[in-house]
Design a protein around this ligand. Structure first.
Ligand SMILES: NC(=O)c1ccc[n+]([C@@H]2O[C@H](COP(=O)([O-])OP(=O)(O)OC[C@H]3O[C@@H](n4cnc5c(N)ncnc54)[C@H](OP(=O)(O)O)[C@@H]3O)[C@@H](O)[C@H]2O)c1
Length: 314
């Protein structure tokens, strides 16, 4: 198939280009950055510069590519790990999830695309219920006020994409990425790994929030499966071993050769960073990816982060 991959130069984008090309697909991949075009071509994609917030730029690139499938993997989460930057990154990512999605959908519809696959995130699947969240669980309706806009943006991308009537609209709720090319790898410059080494990524409160993780190679293979076999709707994409932050974070620190994470009281984090991070660290709920395995035939190279952290950090 011919696939237009918006965000091909990002953490999942590179792995996705490699896997799609290996499966015999033709990929047109985007970046905003001309200096990254060569690297995308080296992976086997046709590479184009697109600004997702400029509807004409998007429409022109999609029309020229004439794809059968459009994949939206654009976020703006790369950058220095300070609090002010985190707020800017969240706002930029929200725009990509709202305006970026809408421009891409309009461009895709105009050229008769028959499938649209977009990135969502598992962390804000309604997390107050018991047990693991399946793919039918709504996005959290009552998030803390300081993260409301970002949660609304996730809701937008999911609703806009799965609501299309002219093709199959698929939203993939990924667990936390780790592995080569992500911020959580053993490679130099991996931002979250560096924070963990510097003990700047603490366990907040009781650390009872349950996170689902997914190795980036598995996240990419689930996406390929969705491109090839997915039908309209939401698919959770994470490993089989959701675990509380208080369990996986110390093990991750150990695998990175770092000292154990610090523990910080919830009230202090609430004061500095708001209720959103406290909520995720103390109340988040893991997800079940049974549907993706059942319907897409997806199998994981790393069914548990325990092996993934030991062997797959890159
Ligand atoms: N589920 C998860 O855990 C999850 C999900 C996403 C990201 N992350 C993490 O967040 C960090 C950053 O992610 P990342 O490496 O993928 O980088 P990123 O900075 O989030 O960029 C991702 C992609 O979006 C593109 N993009 C951003 N703004 C754009 C715009 N206005 N128009 C067009 N394209 C735009 C980027 O293009 P350019 O080449 O121009 O930058 C890139 O291809 C990593 O540590 C990653 O692991 C985690």
């Amino acid at each position: 198939m011919k696939i237009f991959l918006a965000g091909a130069s990002g953490a999942i984008g590179g792995h996705l280009v490699t896997q799609l090309v290996a499966r015999g697909h033709e990929v047109v991949g985007t970046t905003r950055t001309p200096a990254k075009l060569g690297a995308l071509r080296d992976l086997g994609a046709q590479a184009v510069v697109v600004d997702a917030l400029d509807p004409e730029s998007v429409a022109e690139a999609v029309a020229k590519a004439e794809p059968e499938v459009v994949v939206h993997q654009m976020t703006a989460l790369g950058g220095p790990p300070d609090f002010r930057h985190a707020k800017r990154m969240a706002a930029a990512t929200d725009r990509l999830r709202i305006e970026g999605t809408d421009h891409l959908l309009a461009a895709a519809r105009a050229v008769g695309v028959r499938k649209f696959v977009a990135q969502s995130n598992a962390l804000w699947a309604a997390q107050t219920g018991p047990g693991l969240a399946d793919d039918n669980v709504a996005i959290e309706p009552n998030p803390p006020a300081d993260v409301r806009e970002s949660v609304d943006a996730l809701r937008h991308v999911e609703a806009a994409v799965t609501g299309i009537t002219w093709g199959d609209g698929i939203a993939l709720r990924y667990g936390g990425f780790y592995g080569p090319g992500t911020g959580l790898s053993a490679e130099p410059g991996a931002v979250m790994a560096q924070q963990i080494r510097e003990r700047k990524f603490p366990i907040v409160g009781n650390g009872a929030g349950v996170w689902s993780m997914v190795h980036i190679v598995d996240a990419a293979s689930a996406t390929v499966a969705a491109v090839e076999r997915g039908t309209a709707g939401i698919y959770n994409v994470a490993d089989d071993d959701p675990a509380p932050v208080s369990v996986w974070l110390p093990e991750l620190a150990r695998c990175l050769g770092a000292k154990p994470p610090r523990r910080i009281p919830a009230w202090l984090v609430r004061l500095i960073a708001g209720q959103g991070p406290v909520h995720l660290m103390t109340r988040a709920r893991g997800i079940s990816s049974a549907k993706a395995k059942r319907e897409l035939g997806w199998t994981l190279r790393y069914p548990s982060w325990r092996t993934g952290f030991r062997e797959g950090l890159g």
